[in-house]
Ligand binder design. Structure first.
Ligand code: T46
Length: 139
């Protein structure tokens, strides 16, 4: 996905069901999102320092702040776009081939990631210059 841009990422409304007992939200792989879910991980008790600072070559993700809030800054090498995650029924669909930084976690923030692939360290680009070269923005 070398040609993906920040405009390919979008916030989706996650299905929710409410009654007198409160709310229940659900995400089904292949139905609510365009990929099957192979892995779930979540970030929490994040201090001041930002997380992320990498791109994925193939991984597709849905990021949800199930509690609290955090910012996700997507970057395609030419343009940056900031998404605020602060509702458990909103999810950010992240396409492959984009740099991301995660910042400004509130103390109570839990950011959950539904991922299209199992963990693969070789799917990460952790050097920003390498990322720019991958996107064809820089030699
Ligand atoms: C992403 C953002 C939002 C594993 O062993 N298995 C896993 O499935 C994951 C996700 C991580 N790890 C290990 C690898 C590292 O030693 O956990 C440690 C911390 O991972 P990382 O430095 O990649 O954490 P973040 O917050 O920078 O990035 C993570 C995800 O890795 C990444 O896919 O998009 O959250």
């Amino acid at each position: 996905m070398r040609t993906s841009t920040v405009n390919d990422c979008r916030i989706i409304d996650i299905r929710r069901y409410s009654d007198t007992r409160g709310f229940l939200s659900v995400v089904e792989g292949g139905l609510d999102i365009p990929f099957e879910i192979k892995r779930i991980y979540y970030l929490y008790m994040v201090p001041e320092a930002a997380r992320g600072a990498h791109a994925h070559k193939e991984l597709q993700q849905l990021l949800i702040a199930t509690s609290g809030s955090a910012e996700v800054i997507m970057d395609d090498g030419k343009e940056k776009k900031t998404f605020v995650l602060n509702q458990p029924w909103k999810g950010l669909l992240v396409v492959p081939g984009l740099w991301r930084d995660l910042e400004h976690f509130t103390k109570d923030a839990v950011v959950m990631c539904l991922a299209s692939e199992k963990y693969d360290a070789t799917d990460y680009i952790r050097d920003y210059n390498e990322f720019l070269a991958y996107k064809g923005v820089k030699e």
